[in-house]
Design a binder for this molecule. Sequence first.
Ligand SMILES: [Zn+2]
Ligand SMILES: [Zn+2]
Length: 224
Amino acid sequence: MQYHIQTGPIWEVFQSDCDCPLCEIFAKCEERQVSQYLNEAVMEPEARIEVNKYGFCTEHLRKLFAGKNKLGLALQLHTRMQTVRSDVLPAASYKQAVKQAETLEKTMDTCVICRYLEDLMERYAYTVAQMFAYEPEFKTVFAKSNGLCMPHYALLLRQSKGAGAQVKAYLSELFYLQNRTLDRRLNELDRFTQMFDYRNAGSAVKPDPETIPTAIRKLKGRIL
Ligand SMILES: [Zn+2]
Ligand SMILES: [Zn+2]
């Protein structure tokens, strides 16, 4: 079986009882990428070309700025700004001004790290489907997991082709898993809101502070 990417990290996260295995993989890969753009990638000609072309999105600039290598970041910002500067052109009319704004807006939030991670996560998602189809043991681990966040559930659906002839079984298991995890979160939210009912005033059981962050992460991925 030719996998799209190494399977070790997938085994690890699906066995870890986390809320979304793909969010775990994403966080680790993202951290590695950010660190790369603060270290070796600063001086790599190929990486520099990419940075000049795409720059960094808001989120990744924040993470880079929080890092230690201010000189490395300044060098990359310098060359990126030269690219941006060459896109700033004079506009002689309102129509041209709007066109110019549209062109600039398209380039404003492109990100070399996001581009890399998007491609990487697609390959991980495809490989999950392949593993389900070709590794019986993984099928069991998969069935015991806690489902995914909604963005990664959609990503697994999109990459379900990796399961080949077993795509139907894979989709059915995926659907079951996701419903189970959403039901759990719904029950937790129910319990949480009931704690605020006057009939429960003075109850020794307090609302679980993890309920809201867990629900947000289920809907949106690891944003908290
Ligand atoms: Zn996720
Ligand atoms: Zn980004």
